[in-house]
Ligand binder design. Structure first.
Ligand SMILES: *Cc1c(COP(=O)(O)O)cnc(C)c1O
Length: 366
């Protein structure tokens, strides 16, 4: 048996008619930029998140970059985030000429350790970017409290957690802004690049709408230097169709997580992801830990099972961030995890047979 890490084809097949017809309609309509599908999807996605506004942009990276810019973060400012994330979280800070400041992760949730934030705050700190990694919300209440006390902005990186809830509220709607990616493999994925920013603040929504569209409110009248960063009409149409299945697909991910949990629960030397009582986990990734990670990955691969490592090199040890001057040992939890983590196959259309096969092979290895 061969088990792919992700198989996007299975999902496409299940909604092929709807998607093909929809794409055809956009082609016939020929309104390719900021048309009716983008406007409708923005409304539908804002509603889905329980937020007032949503602004479609070209990618999750741009969602983060434009959000920071709209919040006035730039040269000389510091922004707090985690070293255990996808590089795009941190690049967005650097692209605005601000300085990323890292806080280690909590061993239980893999997200920012909220007890270690205040010690990193200086008079230059302007914002915190909690990353809801792998599909599990960060503990937001302590972060919002710190933000209020120190007058900081909160930008949620929700690129891996569409639909996840913290105390019955959807992520993305909790901070000043929430950023999502529609990269094809994400829980809500387009058939190309795409992203969106969600906010409850009218002024933020207006500013971001101008930023994504050459700094203009009225065509050819430019109030400031902006970007060309728009969600395109074909992708918006695809995302509208797919949003209807979001909760169902997240439910399928969760049931695979339960199957993994049931079958791998008692194994020595294997740590499974944990869920917190006050949040839901939407399992963008199913990440386990093993001290023999590399050998386990090789064994699974030789048995036809594709796995991933998210992420093998923490951001503070990446070549691109050498200049920040961090060293090995600065964030011990993140560094230890980077050596032990392994992402098992996870996508809604995975079958129970496939999960069983993966677990059987993991057991054999142990
Ligand atoms: C995918 C991702 C991004 C970037 O999104 P793109 O659409 O690929 O630019 C940012 N942060 C996290 C945590 C991600 O997983």
């Amino acid at each position: 048996m061969k088990v792919p890490f992700v198989d996007l084809k299975r999902q496409y097949i299940s909604i092929k008619d709807e998607i093909d017809t929809g794409i055809n309609n956009v082609l016939e309509n020929t309104q390719f930029i900021l048309g009716e599908n983008v406007a409708a999807f923005e409304e539908e996605f804002a509603h889905y998140c329980g937020a007032k506004y949503a602004i479609g942009v070209a990618s999750g990276s741009d969602a983060l970059t434009l959000s920071l810019k709209a919040l006035g973060i730039g040269e000389g400012d510091e922004v707090i985030t985690v070293p255990n994330t996808f590089i795009a979280t941190v690049d967005a800070i650097s692209r605005n000429n601000a300085k990323p400041v890292f806080v280690d992760i909590d061993p239980e949730t893999y997200n920012i350790d909220v007890t270690k934030i205040t010690e990193k705050i200086t008079e230059k700190t302007k914002a915190i970017i909690p990353v809801h990694l792998y599909g599990q919300p960060t503990d937001m209440d302590p972060i919002l409290k710190i933000a209020e006390e120190y007058n900081l902005k909160v930008i949620e990186d929700a690129c891996q957690s569409h639909g996840a809830e913290y105390k019955n509220k959807r992520v993305g709607s909790l901070g000043d802004v929430g950023c999502f990616s529609f990269y094809p493999g994400k829980n809500l994925g387009a058939y190309g690049d795409g992203g969106i920013i969600v906010t409850n603040k009218f002024e933020m929504a207006e500013k971001i709408k101008m930023l994504r569209n050459y700094g203009q409110r009225v065509k050819y009248y430019h109030d400031f230097i902006g970007f060309n960063s728009r969600l395109d009409e074909v992708q918006a149409m695809i995302l509208r169709k797919k949003l209807k299945y979001m909760d169902k697909w997240n439910g399928m991910r969760k049931s695979h997580a339960s199957e993994y949990e049931e079958l791998l629960n008692d194994l020595p030397d294997v740590t499974l992801p944990s869920e917190q009582n006050d949040r839901t986990h939407v399992y963008h990734l199913y990440v386990i830990q093993s001290p023999k990670r590399d050998a386990l990955q090789k064994w699974l691969s030789s048995n036809g099972i594709a796995t991933g490592i998210h992420y093998p090199v923490p951001i503070h040890l990446q070549q691109a961030y050498r200049e920040l001057g961090y060293q090995e040992g600065d964030f011990p939890v993140t560094e230890e995890y980077a050596k032990n983590i392994l992402s098992l196959p996870m996508f809604p259309e995975l079958t129970t047979d496939e999960v069983n096969y993966v677990c059987q092979r993991v057991k054999e290895f142990i």
